[in-house]
Design a protein around this ligand. Sequence first.
Ligand SMILES: Nc1ncnc2c1ncn2[C@@H]1O[C@H](COP(=O)(O)OP(=O)(O)O)[C@@H](O)[C@H]1O
Ligand SMILES: C[C@@](O)(CCOP(=O)(O)OP(=O)(O)O)CC(=O)O
Length: 482
Amino acid sequence: MSTPTITALSAPGKVLLTGGYLVLDRNYTGTVIALDARIHVVVQQLKKTHRRGVSSGSIDNANAAAEDTEESDDTIVVRSPQFVGAVWKYRIQRCTAGGGVKVVQKNEGPQNSFVETSLSYALTYISYVADSKDFGSLSLTILADNDYYSETAASRGPGAQARGGRFVNFGVPLFEAHKTGLGSSAALVTALVSALVIHRTMQPEDLGLGRDKLHNLAQAAHCAAQGKVGSGFDVATAVYGSCLYRRFSPAILESLGDAGSPGFEERLFSVVENIKSEHPWDAECVDFGMQLPRGMQLVLADVDCGSQTPSMVRKVLEWRKNNQKEADLLWTNLQNNNEKLRQELKQLAHGSQEELTAAATRDFDTVRTCLERAREYIRTMTAQSGVPIEPRVQTELLDAASAIEGVIGGVVPGAGGYDAIALLIRDDPAVIARLNSLFETWTSGVEDDFGGKIGKVRLLGVRHGSEGVKNQDLEQYRGWLE
Ligand SMILES: Nc1ncnc2c1ncn2[C@@H]1O[C@H](COP(=O)(O)OP(=O)(O)O)[C@@H](O)[C@H]1O
Ligand SMILES: C[C@@](O)(CCOP(=O)(O)OP(=O)(O)O)CC(=O)O
């Protein structure tokens, strides 16, 4: 198969509307909404070189495993041009004993473990299936929709749009940018591994058929880069779009080992292709690509403050372990309520034409009640576990926002904490205007139960998007590609 010279793909961010913490356990599920904020990756083939000391062309897999850790002249340059100095240059290193392919950073400056791990995992898989180690030199460009990060002086300033299109220039190094919590790393890893696999081993039209494999590869790479196995709802959404998610069994990835370790390429291949495994993939994404009902919209309000998800997760799980009975009851109540909410949203989205028309004008009463109940249970979880999932400053904010005409209700999504809040609203610009005027002058009037503070509240421009990873036209990247 001839290699295309350029491939572009994007994957969406996420909001875990309900099921935070529950979704870590396979007995429970999470309802996750994909967003219209996406991370784009463009792969450009620069040149095809021959590896030093090895004849070009196809190499037998069996031989490949026996080969040394050979260097090639090929270089992979990854750029994130919205940020200052965000360039990572890698050389390709082939590992001994079937360890696969690893990339090694050549330039000074901070490493980017999500980029580096995605490259090593994707190239290992590609070289194994394509039966070739000749990648040629590649240039990768990452472009993120603006809502992934809080605004900066530069992104607000007159030069922000200088390069055109939908992306702004943030004018700061990536590590200084404040994330808004939309799942940048999951969208990035998904877009990166998918773009490389499509570029080298598939046609863009095969994306639909290859989705499960891309999911498995992206989950493996994301877990390795994160250094832990989360529920994976963010990667699943980046691949499949909005869905009801049941997590995969952690055992699937436990024996994969590190990139470069002996036999890694074969183990990775088995994991991605879901073969020869004692532990087959069992993640469930139901109703993927599900839409919100007509007349309803999802908005997020950034509170300019961040939470520490790993330590919150550790504490909640510890509390659950020590208070199994109470926790089980709470988990069951939350699950039942979340399921009722999902069914209601589904029915409203797929009802008959008359039902849809009625839905567009009605008050979405059941949705409102389910969101209120979810919050009550989450506040119980907060009080009992002693973890600020819905701290008082956010209770105050959610109550005030929910009282606005046209707001159906809201929650602290995902792990909660001092992070963005999610609101379901009637899809009407007047509701957005009322929310903006509430937030413009918002100052907290309560003392927080965990001593936390929220900063400037700001409605993000992001809305629900529903679609997973998809091919993209190149036109929108004009001005950003080298
Ligand atoms: N635009 C980008 N370009 C390159 N890397 C990015 C970009 N956005 C995010 N990343 C990578 O993802 C990491 C952030 O991931 P994480 O802390 O998991 O946040 P999130 O909750 O947004 O996923 C960054 O440190 C960086 O490695
Ligand atoms: C607690 C969780 O169930 C949900 C966390 O959701 P968030 O959306 O808060 O996650 P981050 O993107 O890491 O900030 C953990 C999990 O499912 O992995």
